[in-house]
Structures are given as structure tokens and as C-alpha cells.
Design a protein around this ligand. Structure first.
Ligand SMILES: Nc1ncnc2c1ncn2[C@@H]1O[C@H](COP(=O)(O)OP(=O)(O)OP(=O)(O)O)[C@@H](O)[C@H]1O
Ligand SMILES: [Mg+2]
Length: 493
């Protein structure tokens, strides 16, 4: 007869205490012996011990963030990489430093096996960057990247597991997003034929350069109320992802900027791009050969971008839509259809309603009255912004930009300049040009006063000339009428 050993609660506890004492002893041996061993052997022994005994003794848990989840990129891995760059402390001994040709900043990240400490809401954590060799690389391992597996490990006390997963990791994701936005190098894409900037590898329709336009909203000379309204409109737009999907509208917004040359339309586009951190696609319609090319070029723009068509009234001779139809029907046999207004309108509507999110479309024009009503119809351009001549408040902004005379400060010529600005029409560009002539505020403001007086006198002279011309015209009309009447009268007599 065979006696089977049936474990009871008491015997299990005896076995467990025996195992625990043995493991405790081994851990002690490990910590003493390994001090004398070379590093690779020490790492190996550590991993064996950790595998066998750590689960019973360690109060820590480790989360692994692999670079890839199967074939796709792990969003969390990328976020951790960006986030940890801001957490590198003095204990880190080895750092990787790089700078790609198009990037502004130098990228510093931790090297393999380096550790970075972090604290979140009182929870102490330890990050480690680990690189391991892949035994069977994909595609035969020709690519260096395929031969290695990259991962971040996050270790902390077990009892904080929920807090870390529910609060800390979303915080890391959000922080990384903000950091990436801050470090983003904005791009200006253009579709010019003779472009000699960089070609975009992924996009043959557009060439690009870094958008280094320094204009920001606080540097813009325009009505403060209008400026506030534009900023609020942009903020509302980017925050309304759910709203747009709820009402079934594409997440796009159209702006029409109109006003005389030099009032800051292009500067406003740059300020919007810098504010939102959106790339700019500057579409030159003159370089587009037909409706289908326009469609292709427009569709190859990316999300979170601004598409600009400058001087829409004169960049191309867009006929009205009836003409378009005539022309298109006449040219159906030709192999390319010309660019037409209806083609442009279709593309804009297509871009607005098709896939792609967070897109802004901006038209600029000096002569809004010359635009086809179809371009102005409600729903096509959501906001119409009038960029006007310089105002006294606009002048204050320019004085601060160019001469460093900030809000609250004054100059003896300010009063006179403001009166002159109110009674004449000068653009912010003209004022800026005068203010740039000297670093000495007395000299440049004095020059501006002369310029404004001259401008005012010119304006007065033109007004008088016009009045005199009108008077003369009225006189000759009255005289010819009188002559006509006299003729009738003498014939009747
Ligand atoms: N509102 C403004 N605020 C600050 N600077 C301005 C403003 N308007 C014009 N400027 C200055 O004048 C220059 C030309 O302005 P900008 O190109 O933005 O005008 P625009 O309205 O686009 O002119 P155009 O109709 O000729 O394209 C800018 O580089 C800037 O220095
Ligand atoms: Mg412009």
C-alpha cells in the first residue's frame, strides 16, 4: 500500500517558512559574493536570483514598456522617451546626444541600463532603459534596429500599482504631448516649381523649410478686442474635437483675412501657426496646372496644419462659375482641365468634409469686394477678419516691439503721433519701417511724426484735388445741360 502525502495548511506553512529561510540566506550570500564578481557575471546571477526568489520577497512591481506592440509602435514608449529627457538627474553616467539636420534643439536621452528616478504624488519610482539582443530578427535582421529590442522598465512599490496606471501614466502621456508641441519645429511647405528648400520625403507635392517667422500675437499691431476674439476662436476650435464629431461637422475652420497691403495679414497667419504650433502649407495657385492637381496637392496636407492661399483675388484668374462650366465643357477633350473657381471651391469643400482633422484654411486678399460671392458665402469661410490701418493702440504695440517703450511708459511725441495716426491712413508696415530707422527713440519717433504729417498733407492735397475735379465735372455737366435746353428752346422758337 502506498501512502500519499496530502499537504495540510500546517505543513504548507512549514514548507513555506523553510523556503523563505533558504531564499533569505541565498539572497544574503548573493549580495556579499557578487560584490567581488565581474559585472556581466554579477548581472546574470542577479537575474537568476530575482527570477527564483524575488516574487516572495520583493514588494516591488515592474511595468515593461516595449518599443513595439507586434508590428505597431507603442505610443507609451515614445511618450516615456520624451518625458524622461526632462528627468535626467546627476546620477546618470551615460547619455546619448544627437541632433538631426532639420531639428533646432539637441536631443539628450539616457543610454542603455541607465536609471532615472521620479516621484509622483509621493510615490517613488525608478525608470530604466534596457536594450536586449533579438535572437531571431525579423526580415533576417539586415536592419540594425531589428537586431535589438528596446524597452523602458518602471519599478515601484506594489501597493501603488493602480495609482501609477490610472494617474501617473496618463500624466506622462499628457506631459510628453506638451513637451513635443513645445519642441516642435514648425514647417512651411510650399508647392512652388522652383523650390530650392528641402523636399519632403513622404510628400512629393510640397517642399519645406523651417518656419522661423517670429510673429506672435503680442507682437501684432491690431485692435486688442479683435485679437482677443481671434485667440478665443482658435482655442475653442482646437478644444472642440468631441463637439465637431457630435454635430457631424468636419473639424476644420476657414478664415478670410482682408485689408490693404501691409496691414499684417501674412503676419497674422504666422502668429496663428506659432500659437497653435501648426505647420503652414502655402499654396501658390499659379503653380497648379489644373483642378485634379489642386485636389492632389490639397489632399496631401497633414493634420494640425494651416493651408494658406494668399491674395486669392489676384493669384490666378479664377473665372466665375458659369464661365467655368462653359470652359470645362469646351475643354473636355483636352487632357488636362484648367484650374477653375469651381475646381477650387470643390477642393475646399472636399478638404473640409473629407478625412483629416484640425485643419485651418486661410484666404488673404487686399480687395474683398473683388471676390466671387461663392467664396464669401456663409459656411465657406467661417470668420472674416478685417485688417485695418494702424490705430493708436497698434502704434503702442509697434513702439514696444521696435523701441522697447512698453505699456504704461510714455514719450513726449506719443500724443502727437496718436492724433496724427487717427486723422490719416497709414499701415502698420509703414509705421514699422519708420520706427526701424534708428535705435534712438527721439530720432525714429521724430521721423515718424514727419512721415505722418507728410502723409496727412498728401491726403489733404489729394482730397482737395478730387473735390476740385468733381466741382469742375459738375460745372461742365450743368453747362452742357443748359446748352441742351437752350438748343431745344431756340429750335422750338
Ligand atoms: N499688424 C501688424 N503688426 C505688426 N507688424 C506688422 C503689422 N502689419 C504689418 N506689419 C509689418 O509689416 C510687414 C509686412 O506685413 P505683412 O506681410 O504681414 O502684411 P500683409 O497684410 O500680408 O501685406 P500684403 O497684402 O502685401 O501681403 C511685416 O513683416 C511686419 O513687420
Ligand atoms: Mg501678405
Amino acid at each position: 500500500m502506498v501512502d500519499y502525502y496530502m499537504p495540510t495548511a500546517a505543513s504548507a506553512s512549514v514548507w513555506f517558512s523553510a523556503y523563505a529561510s533558504f531564499a533569505g540566506f541565498m539572497m544574503l550570500v548573493r549580495s556579499m559574493a557578487t560584490e567581488l564578481m565581474p559585472q556581466p557575471l554579477r548581472s546574470y546571477i542577479y537575474s537568476v536570483f530575482n527570477y527564483l526568489f524575488a516574487p516572495f520577497f520583493s514588494r516591488e512591481v515592474t511595468l515593461l514598456f516595449d518599443e513595439r506592440c507586434g508590428m505597431t509602435y507603442n505610443e507609451l514608449y515614445e511618450a516615456v522617451e520624451v518625458y524622461l529627457r526632462t528627468k535626467i538627474g546627476p546620477s546618470v553616467r551615460c547619455l546619448r546626444v544627437s541632433k538631426l539636420p532639420r531639428m533646432k534643439a539637441i536631443k539628450v536621452s539616457i543610454d542603455r541600463d541607465e536609471e532615472v528616478a521620479d516621484t509622483f504624488d509621493g510615490v517613488k519610482m525608478k525608470w530604466c532603459y534596457v536594450v536586449t539582443k533579438v535572437e531571431k530578427p525579423r526580415n533576417g535582421g539586415t536592419d540594425e534596429k531589428e537586431k535589438e529590442k528596446h524597452r523602458f522598465e518602471l519599478t515601484f512599490h506594489k501597493k501603488h500599482k493602480d495609482k501609477v496606471i490610472d494617474y501617473y501614466l496618463p500624466y506622462v502621456l499628457a506631459r510628453a504631448k506638451t513637451l513635443k508641441e513645445e519642441q516642435k519645429t514648425l514647417k512651411l511647405f510650399t508647392n512652388l516649381d522652383y523650390w530650392d528648400g528641402d523636399d519632403d520625403e513622404d510628400n512629393e507635392s510640397w517642399g519645406s523649410v523651417n518656419l522661423d517667422h517670429p510673429c506672435t500675437f503680442d507682437k501684432l499691431a491690431m485692435d486688442p478686442e479683435l485679437k482677443r476674439m481671434i485667440i478665443e476662436d482658435l482655442e475653442r476650435f482646437v478644444a472642440r474635437r468631441e463637439f465637431y464629431s457630435k454635430v457631424g461637422k468636419a473639424w476644420k475652420r476657414g478664415y478670410l483675412l482682408y485689408g490693404p497691403p501691409g496691414t499684417g495679414k501674412s503676419s497674422l497667419v504666422a502668429a496663428m501657426a506659432n500659437y497653435l504650433k501648426f505647420n503652414v502649407y502655402d499654396l501658390d495657385l499659379a503653380a497648379i496646372e489644373g483642378n485634379s492637381e489642386l485636389k492632389r496637392v490639397m489632399m496631401s496636407t497633414t493634420n494640425r496644419s494651416i493651408l494658406v492661399i494668399e491674395d486669392i483675388d489676384c493669384s490666378i484668374n479664377l473665372q466665375n462659375r458659369d464661365d467655368d462650366q462653359d470652359k470645362s465643357s469646351k475643354e473636355t477633350n483636352s487632357y488636362k482641365k484648367p484650374l477653375t473657381l469651381s475646381g477650387l471651391l470643390n477642393c475646399i469643400d472636399g478638404l473640409r468634409s473629407s478625412c483629416g482633422d484640425e485643419r485651418i484654411i486661410i484666404f488673404t486678399t487686399n480687395r474683398k469686394e473683388m471676390l466671387d460671392p461663392a467664396l464669401l458665402r456663409p459656411g465657406r469661410m467661417d470668420v472674416h477678419i478685417h485688417m485695418s490701418y494702424c490705430t493708436p493702440s497698434g502704434f503702442r504695440v509697434l513702439a514696444s516691439n521696435y523701441l522697447g517703450i512698453h505699456d504704461g511708459e510714455d514719450h513726449r511725441l506719443f500724443g502727437e503721433i496718436e492724433r496724427l495716426i487717427e486723422s490719416t491712413e497709414v499701415t502698420p508696415a509703414q509705421v514699422a519701417e519708420e520706427l526701424m530707422k534708428s535705435d534712438d527713440a527721439d530720432v525714429s519717433l521724430g521721423g515718424l511724426v514727419n512721415f505722418l504729417k507728410h502723409n496727412q498733407a498728401e491726403r489733404e492735397r489729394k482730397r482737395e484735388e478730387k473735390e476740385a475735379k468733381e466741382k469742375k465735372q459738375n460745372k461742365s455737366t450743368r453747362f452742357s445741360l443748359l446748352k441742351k435746353r437752350l438748343k431745344i428752346f431756340s429750335t422750338n422758337a
